[in-house]
Ligand binder design. Structure first.
Ligand SMILES: [Zn+2]
Length: 104
């Protein structure tokens, strides 16, 4: 791209022109953040499966990498939630059986 102030050719990624220090207005990527596919979305989906699912459905067309991470995270989080529920249930049944409370 070219600086709109002095007309010199400058790098697309610079914030200000190295020749005249004119502030360069970003031309793209401002409304459409890069599809980084950050693992952070996976963790978010894992902690909050519903949020991960929503993000997956929102991003699956525009940001497939992020969507995939969020979707996988949501799946893991959902499975973990089911497993924890089952373990807690078994533990509770054993606890009740051990105390004999269940039979009264
Ligand atoms: Zn310039």
């Amino acid at each position: 791209m070219f600086c709109k102030n002095c007309g010199k050719e400058i790098d697309n990624n610079v914030v200000s022109c190295p020749y005249c220090n004119e502030y360069i207005t970003p031309v793209n990527n401002q409304t459409n953040p890069p599809d980084s596919g950050s693992i952070g979305w996976g963790f978010l989906g894992c902690c909050i499966p519903l949020a991960g699912l929503v993000l997956y459905l929102t991003w699956k067309d525009t940001k497939p990498l992020c969507a995939k991470k969020a979707g996988i995270g949501a799946a893991i989080g959902f499975v973990a939630y089911i497993l924890i529920s089952i373990i807690l249930f078994i533990f509770m049944v054993y606890f009740i059986a051990a105390t004999g409370y269940y039979y009264y």
